[in-house]
Design a protein around this ligand. Sequence first.
Ligand SMILES: [Zn+2]
Length: 185
Amino acid sequence: MTTKNITDEDWMRHAMQLAAKAEAAGEVPVGAVLVKDQQLIAEGWNQMISLHDPSAHAEMQAVRSAGQLLQNYRLIDCTLYVTLEPCSMCAGMLVHSRVKRLVYGASDYKTGAAGSIMDLVCHPQLNHQLEVTAGVLGEECAAMLSAFFKKRRVQQKQLKQQALLQVNVENKSENRDDDDAASSY
Ligand SMILES: [Zn+2]
């Protein structure tokens, strides 16, 4: 891939591939890439479950890795692409890191802190505001998330049914034991 003419959508597709990586590991599919001067600096995807780390959101992973690579805790002139609107933790972290621009895919109407339930990334009383572009491949990113949650609900239902079945089988075998006990008297 050349470094010329890479669009927001191209970067978002890359972030979606990372989201798929998260999904394959059983995590909620969210992916992020950090870009500077049209160059990929860092990648991140949800790893909260696998790392036992509630802060291991895709954006956090990408920004941490970018800081190490650039050897700087300020990510000046960088753009963060993420498939889902950042939460309040990540939005606050993006302000601290001085990322210049945020591009996100799907809106998060439950926890989104870049406009949905609050707007931390453009808050006038904070000392840094990001430029925001929302909804890049938004429908595709949202579809990926809803397909994941739908699949998970089905799996959870199946597990519940299996557990109930197991209980029934155990109950039946206990009853049979009782019968045996009764007949031996
Ligand atoms: Zn987050």
